[in-house]
Design a protein around this ligand. Structure first.
Ligand SMILES: [Fe+2]
Ligand SMILES: [Fe+2]
Length: 394
């Protein structure tokens, strides 16, 4: 998967035009054709995929399925990721088939397993348990990233079942819903990331239980602790991600200093903003430490993905080190490359150009896509005119 999946692009195409595009089957047909056309540059085909994700719905999911015949494991894994994010029941058979296909690339199988968990249908338990630790597929030697994915996916489905109304974790579900809603006066939601994640942040659990939230050093420790279940390490990761964009309480600090006069108010607000910025940077650096986390390439690739959601320039050195490490699993290096592409600072381009020649094909292709992201900042989906043109040419 790549972090550049543009949840933040909600206003990119006016809603009225988006509705028209969604009502036109030719749009989906043509985007599906672009996606499946091996004569077209991979980066452009990725844009067709992201446009389908943006349009959403069953027609998009069915158009995406057509791309699975492609040679590129990078593209196939991205198709699986997007199908998970689209949450369409019609995708369950193909995703199940991919997880169970021992001839398929492990990165694609991993992403299909994660997509089944994202769709969250209880019928997926059987295949996910087959490849989770102790399952028949895992015991038969399935690749470790797939086994780790299925461990996490089963934990996620079990967690979701406990969060149902009346269930023992219904309180956590309420905290999660509140965290995703905008604050008073239109303030941004505490949990601003719209992706369907493999695990919920652990502050949901702390808050529901009335416990103090874990500190950044505590979360870092959990992220790096290989003795903990992967689900708990992921929960720490997503908590750190949310802390990395937490707003300051500058206005509250200024209000508290109101009686001391305007200069004291301005100072209080500035100090609160500086403290918040330091805390955000500490959260990013704690996540960066996860790029060296022991015992799970799957976890490290998720760390690289999360850094792509945050897009902080201070993560660039850690990401470059990850991409340069030829002993690292290609799925981690791939994710680091794409995240570097979405950060796009000047030093990134040179390193991505170099690794376009990497020995691992998935890394080579990721660098091509990442360079396209650097060069086409903010236009990673087709705009409406391009979609309409594509449909008219179908
Ligand atoms: Fe990926
Ligand atoms: Fe992945």
């Amino acid at each position: 998967m790549t972090a550049a999946d543009f949840d933040e692009s909600e206003s990119f195409i006016p809603e009225q035009e988006l509705s028209r595009a969604r009502e036109n089957p030719l749009v989906f047909q043509r985007l599906g054709e672009i996606l499946a056309d091996t004569g077209i540059a991979l980066a452009l085909r990725f844009r067709a995929l992201f446009t389908l994700k943006y349009l959403g719905g069953e027609q998009a999911a069915l158009a995406i399925e057509k791309g699975f015949a492609d040679q590129s494991a990078l593209l196939r894994h991205e198709l699986a990721y997007v199908l998970g994010q689209l949450k369409q029941q019609c995708s369950l058979p193909i995703l199940t088939q991919i997880v169970d296909d021992s001839t398929e690339d492990e990165i694609v199988r991993h992403e299909a397993g994660e997509a089944l968990a994202a769709i969250g249908d209880p019928s997926s338990f059987a295949i996910l348990r087959k490849y989770a630790p102790g399952g028949e597929g895992a015991l038969a030697g399935a690749p470790q990233p797939l086994v780790d994915t299925c461990e996490l996916a089963v934990a996620r489905l079990e967690y979701d079942a406990l969060c149902m109304p009346g269930g023992p974790l219904a309180g956590e579900a309420a905290v999660a819903a509140a965290a995703r809603s905008p604050g008073p006066d239109g303030a941004p939601a505490e949990q601003p990331f719209l992706t369907i994640d493999p695990a919920p942040p652990c502050y949901f659990a702390d808050r529901a239980a009335g416990r103090p939230a874990k500190t950044i050093p505590e979360l870092r420790e959990r992220l790096l602790d290989a003795s903990l279940p992967l689900f708990d390490r992921y929960r720490a990761l997503f908590s750190l991600r949310d802390l990395s964009v937490a707003p300051s309480n500058a206005s509250a600090a200024a209000a508290a200093a109101e009686s001391a006069g305007p200069i004291a108010q301005a100072t209080a607000a500035r100090e609160a903003e500086e403290a918040a910025q330091q805390s955000r940077e500490a959260a990013v650096l704690a996540i960066c430490a996860g790029l060296q986390a022991p015992c799970s390439a799957l976890l490290r690739h998720e760390v690289a993905f999360v850094l792509g959601q945050i897009c902080s320039p201070i993560s660039v050195p850690a990401l470059i080190a990850s991409l340069q490490d030829e002993a690292e699993h290609p799925m981690v290096r791939h994710e680091s490359a794409e995240t570097l592409g979405s950060i796009g600072t000047p030093e990134v381009k040179e390193i991505l150009e170099k690794f376009q020649l990497d020995h691992a094909e998935v890394v080579q292709e990721s660098c091509q896509v990442a360079l396209d992201m650097c060069e086409n900042e903010d236009i990673n989906i087709f705009n409406y005119a391009e979609i309409a043109r594509a449909a008219n040419s179908a």
